[in-house]
Design a protein around this ligand. Structure first.
Ligand code: ZN
Length: 410
């Protein structure tokens, strides 16, 4: 996105604030915020990576006095040390303001009943959806994840009108509701689906089976949490709240900015955050900048729906594969559902790629369909895969983000 004088000024202030933390105090010890006079000066600043933040465990990111911190959140601790993000009162409020704006963009009003399935606790998900709904004045149903039977019962009895979920959990709910034939007892009108790369086919199934209009909501714990951007009624990418953050899109390999419209990794600098300001934080999310103004009339710039994770981008036999390309490809083949998994193994000096896909065709005798998938994959992506059909529901669904590509080569 373009950098205005105002943004540069906010960035200087943000760097000054960040330097009061133990982490940036050391990391930026020879950087003077007043030297950042132009965009060219700004892009010379080093990136901040998630591993750097892990090194600041537990509270090395805290950039204000202890008494100003009112809450912490933490991002995934499943792999190694978690990252702890401290929030001030203002941070908590700013986040709710952004989230309220997300709901408003999605047409949610005070009259809505907002069914929140993302997790509560150290995760930023549930509480972010809740704070925004309450600030808007809607009725929040703080369900949290799991217990699908209870979710559906509450959804019917309390007539929830807005569903907040990950795409895979929304799909699971949609499948259960369809299986039970209770679609007419569900009052959902809209669904806000947490940032994740998801394909057109899955989107259509969720929209159709739940009878909702879908919105992609973006965010990550390191930068407040979900709610820093959302798609509008026109569903053409996500508007980003650039009064609170500055973003760039870079080539994940070289770190150099890509041209507008080119796919790259999203990098975010906070503009107003007090508890844990971040500078040039690498999100690992792949997207691209969408140029031109949106037909909805909102001035906030847009990034495309997530294309994948830069860590998911795998190179096989000289070709680059990322999940959204596979989504798009499978969506064009009749009889193939939205769910698939790719396994990459290295055997006898060769990379072997196996693609499992769920098929909507009952029965068996999938040789023809498997051949179609294999041929299409070779033609579109340039790689030979072993295509294997499995039944509907045979691949795992998860309440968290689903993994599509498993690289077992290393
Ligand atoms: Zn728009």
């Amino acid at each position: 996105m373009e950098m205005t004088e105002e943004t540069l000024k906010e960035i200087r202030i943000n760097i000054g604030r960040a330097k009061r933390s133990e982490f940036y105090g050391k990391y930026f010890s020879d950087i003077d915020p007043e030297d950042i006079k132009t965009e060219a000066d700004f892009v010379k600043l080093p990136f901040t990576e998630k591993d750097d933040l892990r090194g600041a465990y537990p509270l090395g990111l805290r950039a204000v006095r202890e008494e100003k911190i009112v809450r912490i959140h933490s991002s995934s601790g499943t792999t190694g040390t978690p990252v702890i993000i401290p929030y001030t009162k203002r941070d908590v409020n700013d986040w709710a303001v952004m989230f309220k704006r997300c709901y408003e963009t999605a047409g949610v009003t005070k009259r809505d009943r907002v069914h929140i399935t993302p997790g509560y606790g150290l995760w930023t998900a549930g509480i972010g959806f809740q704070a925004g709904a309450e600030m808007l004045g809607a009725m929040a149903l703080p369900m949290g994840p799991g217990n699908t039977d209870k979710q559906i019962a509450m959804m019917m009895d309390l007539k929830s009108t807005v569903l907040c979920a990950t795409s895979s959990y929304a799909l699971l709910l949609a499948e259960k509701i369809t299986d039970r034939g209770i679609g007419d007892k569900i009052h959902l009108e809209r669904a806000l689906i947490g940032s994740e790369r998801w394909g057109e086919k899955m989107r259509k199934r969720i929209a159709l089976e739940l009878g909702v209009r879908l919105y992609d909501i973006y965010g990550l714990t390191e930068i407040y949490g979900p709610g820093i951007g959302i798609s509008c009624d026109l569903a053409c990418g996500m508007h980003m709240w650039t009064d609170y953050l500055h973003y760039e899109i870079i080539d994940p390999k070289t770190g150099v900015r890509v041209k507008p419209g080119e796919v790259g990794e999203l990098v975010i600098t906070t503009l107003k955050k007090e508890g844990a300001p971040l500078v040039r934080y690498r999100t690992r999310d792949l997207t691209r900048e969408l140029t031109g103004e949106c037909g909805c009339g909102m001035k906030y710039p847009r990034i495309d729906t997530l294309i994948g994770r830069s860590d998911d981008m795998v190179k096989v036999k000289g070709s680059i594969v990322y999940p959204s390309r596979v989504d798009e490809l499978l969506a064009t083949i009749d009889g193939v559902s939205s769910e698939y998994q790719i396994m990459i193994d290295h055997m006898n000096g060769k990379d072997i790629v196996t693609l499992f896909f769920e098929t909507e065709v009952p029965g068996g005798g999938y040789d023809g369909l498997e051949k179609t998938v294999r041929d299409s994959f070779k033609a579109a992506i340039g790689i030979t895969v072993n295509a294997k059909a499995v039944g509907m529901g045979d691949l795992p669904r998860s309440e968290k983000k689903s993994t599509r590509i498993f690289d077992n080569r290393y």
